[in-house]
Design a protein around this ligand. Structure first.
Ligand code: ATP
Ligand code: LTN
Length: 334
């Protein structure tokens, strides 16, 4: 607890451009949580180097992601928004937790198997211990809840196992985190293959709407979105393409799927796709404007980076010192 509030932690990697899926599935919901929880949102750049990165590009993307957090509505006075690499406690706790994690457990992680297959030329040890660093991120802040997508639930489960194992040996050192299941949470699918999720690492640029796409690009991508031959706007999971477009339209306008079915009853897919495109453009426009303004305000962003890293570091060190003491590391002499 911090100031009587439960603690929430989440993070995103600064790899690839954020998509509408990241916004509607994560960021947009994060914005609503700061009244109820003490929130920490990290740009997890230590995780990014498990895959080879171009240094200048990584630096640029990390700053862009941090700026986007703010542009999406996360107030840095109320949410701790910071770079993971600026708080050394993440790396330090990660090493310690490595020694309380079994190879067998890590061997079961499906993300490792997927990523190892994808990057066969660089199966580094960091890729293998990625979940331990994620456990360190979460446990360092005594986190109670973690909003994550389904693909990260296995990592949250191992985090809980590591924390329980550690607590069983040393007493109650870590809070045991729970997944945070949001109210909305429809998974946004690819516009080109609606059985897959919309993902920032998709190779086909038409499959994803990027948060920085201009209105013409957004309209064009929706026009080309894969649908079906039913020619009816029905909220039917069998019509995967239309089902996804209804979810997107619903998330952007607040209308229910039933209202949307009624609105487009008897109308063609062309009209519907154009309406979805326009709804998305009106959601993205203010976000893009704020992003552009923020990018011009370097001093402000720098002050957020500095102040929030200090805040994160304060809480991280509290846990880290406790852990070090419990393990038996020698006390620091002041
Ligand atoms: P990558 O392609 O690099 O795996 P990603 O686009 O799948 O990236 P993540 O970085 O894994 O995104 O996820 C960041 C957050 O965005 C997570 O909380 C995840 O649940 C959410 N998210 C990602 N894609 C979608 C989606 N298509 N629909 C809803 N939420 C999503
Ligand atoms: N692995 C996550 C990003 C991530 C994270 C975290 C999420 C790193 N550390 C801690 C929640 C809590 C991903 O790829 N989405």
């Amino acid at each position: 607890m911090i100031d009587g509030k439960k603690i929430l932690f989440s993070g995103m990697q600064a790899t690839g451009n954020l998509t509408l899926g990241n916004y509607l599935g994560a960021l947009k919901n994060w914005v609503t949580l700061c009244d109820e929880y003490e929130c920490f949102y990290s740009v997890v750049d230590l995780h990014s180097i498990t895959v080879r990165q171009d240094p200048a590009e990584l630096r640029k993307r990390a700053r862009s992601l941090l700026t986007l957090y703010i542009a999406a509505g996360l107030d840095p006075e109320k949410n701790c928004i910071y770079y993971q690499s600026h708080v050394s406690g993440h790396s330090e706790l990660s090493w310690i937790l490595n020694c309380y994690t079994y190879m067998g457990e890590l061997n079961r992680m499906t993300q490792f198997k997927d990523k190892a297959a994808k990057h066969a030329d660089n199966i580094n040890a960091g890729l293998f211990t990625y979940p331990v660093l994620m456990a360190a991120d979460i446990l360092l802040y005594q986190t109670d809840v973690v909003p994550v997508g389904k693909d990260q639930l296995q990592h949250l489960e191992i985090t809980r196992d590591i924390a329980q194992r550690f607590n069983a040996i040393y007493g109650d050192v870590f809070a045991i985190p729970e997944p945070y299941i949001g109210k909305t949470g429809a998974s946004i699918k690819s516009l080109q293959a609606p059985e897959k999720k919309m993902s920032k690492s998709d190779e086909n640029p038409n499959a994803s709407i990027y948060l920085m796409d201009d209105p013409d690009t957004v309209m064009r991508k929706f026009k080309r979105a894969v649908t079906d031959l039913e020619a009816q706007v029905r909220y039917n999971p069998e019509q995967a393409g239309i089902y996804n477009l209804i979810n997107i339209y619903s998330a952007c306008t607040g209308k229910t799927p039933e209202e949307i079915e009624r609105e487009f009853d008897g109308k063609g897919y062309g009209d519907f796709k154009a309406a979805v495109g326009e709804a998305v453009v009106s959601v993205l426009r203010p976000l893009q404007e704020r992003y552009t303004d923020l990018c011009q305000n370097k001093d402000y962003i720098n002050s957020v980076i500095k102040n929030n890293a200090e805040k994160a570091n304060y809480y991280a060190m509290k846990t880290l010192r406790k852990v070090q003491k419990k393990i038996g590391f020698p006390e620091r002499i002041r």
